[in-house]
Write a protein that binds this ligand. Sequence first.
Ligand code: SF4
Ligand code: SF4
Length: 571
Amino acid sequence: MLRKLFSFNGGVKPDPNKGASTREPIARLPLPPQLIIPLHQHIGGTPRPLVKVGDRVLHGQRIGAADGNVSSAVHAPTSGTVVAIEPRLMPHASGLSSMAVVIEPDGQDQRIEREPFDWHAATPGEVRDYLRDAGVVGLGGAVFPSHLKLSPGKAGGTDTLVLNGAECEPFITCDDMLMRSEAEDILRGALVMQKMLAAKQVLVGVEDNKPEAAAALKAAAAALGHASLDVVVVPTRYPAGGAKQLIRVLTGIEVPHGSRSTDYGVQCFNVATALAVWNALEHGEPLTRRIVTVAGNVDRPRNFDVAIGTPIGFVFEHAGLKPDTDKLIMGGPMMGIPLPGVEAPVVKATNCLLASSPVLFPPPEPELPCIRCGECARACPADLQPFELYWHSRARNFGRAQEYHLFDCIECGCCAYVCPSHIPLVDYYRYAKSEIWARERDKDAADSARERFEFRNWRAEREKEEKAAKLAARSAAKPAAKPAATDKSPAEGEAAATPAEDPKKALIEAAMARAKAQKEAVAAKNTDTLTPAQQAQVEAAEARRKLAADMVATGSGETTSETATADKPTE
Ligand code: SF4
Ligand code: SF4
């Protein structure tokens, strides 16, 4: 059946340069002496390490667990020993490091025992969890965790699953070679995804400069015999591999600025991701390897099947890096990023390693002022105004740049490719985006700090109020307690606080009883030990004391001294 195709605005036709790396089939690259596996290789949370230095790990063992649902696990690509968990240089233009698990392979490639997973019987939620734990992410470059995209979504669900095999960027051929060799399993993976999305049809888009891949896919589709599966050859025009552009070409749907294709019932995956889904579900194989195109200034341009974590320098060694190489790029010449060093590892996002030389990519001509010719706007496939974005980004007027839909820019580089003033426009957009993200991060941090401060103040205030309320309650209770105590007879008072109830009182009473007993014992002893003369003196003194008391009682005070004398029995 001939399908009606549509066209997207803009785009360019650079030299494809795909012949050199497709002459030979995919080669499996040997393992390097050390694998550097970054924990964070995808959009979302950084996985938590599950291993420690000195641990022995097996091929396929999970070494980093997904941090929440917007995350994805990472695995050991072979057996060996964890020799470090530390920040290592990442394949990113920033030259920053990120936490990585470093494994020394032991050469045995001993696999972890695979637990069978009956994905046919599992619920869609269980399949999604399994894919998250198998580390499956988008392999077209975006590295978005795939399980998050495999939900039918809102009512109405997904109408179309688009499988992206366009691979429009010059030099990159990893998807082309994969479609040639693994067409059937790619389509099997697509059918699983179709089921999970409850999509009515699957459209596989392949550019017409990949006739072998298109033929292999068509043959595989015929063998599988699914009427809802259609392999569609689309015209070669960069960037036909952009998700919105391919959706436009295949379905005619124009996804507007600020919207997502899922709002229009279309979900899009890369062909390599479909294969990763199939390998994970059918073979219990987590994502530990990927196909990487090595091209440009190398002796043996080719596609390699590379263990994730392999240092980039090791890959280039096998392709024969030429000595006049002046720059290394991850990705293609249009959208690629310069690499900070060959020590950085291959990650899940590494689709191409490109060596540049002054002959292959002559140095850019000097940047001239914008002449407002509008060429960039005509070339923009996202229907943006690139020169406006450039002016506002350059003037650090980031709010205005966002008003011109800066974040709808897919950084395809078409504008810079056609600019007669040789302005590196994409560099300006990347700079503006990173500044906006940094400001948002700073704002988030400031908001969190302010919230913490406000919470502390609120808590202190609340504690103060609680204390004041307690004091008020206590002083309100006091006047009521006093009369209750005085109203009681001593007997009642004692009964109210028996020794058993008041241990302190019991102790005091016991001490008093002991003191009384002691006093009585001393008195008794004294009386017993008096001599008859002393006894007589005591009795005389007692008689005097009595006489004095009688005189006081009758009103005479002259006998006070006598009474006092009588108090001194020993004199
Ligand atoms: S193509 Fe270059 S010179 Fe022309 S308007 Fe755009 S930025 Fe300015
Ligand atoms: S890089 Fe951005 S602004 Fe330039 S053409 Fe591509 S989408 Fe448009």
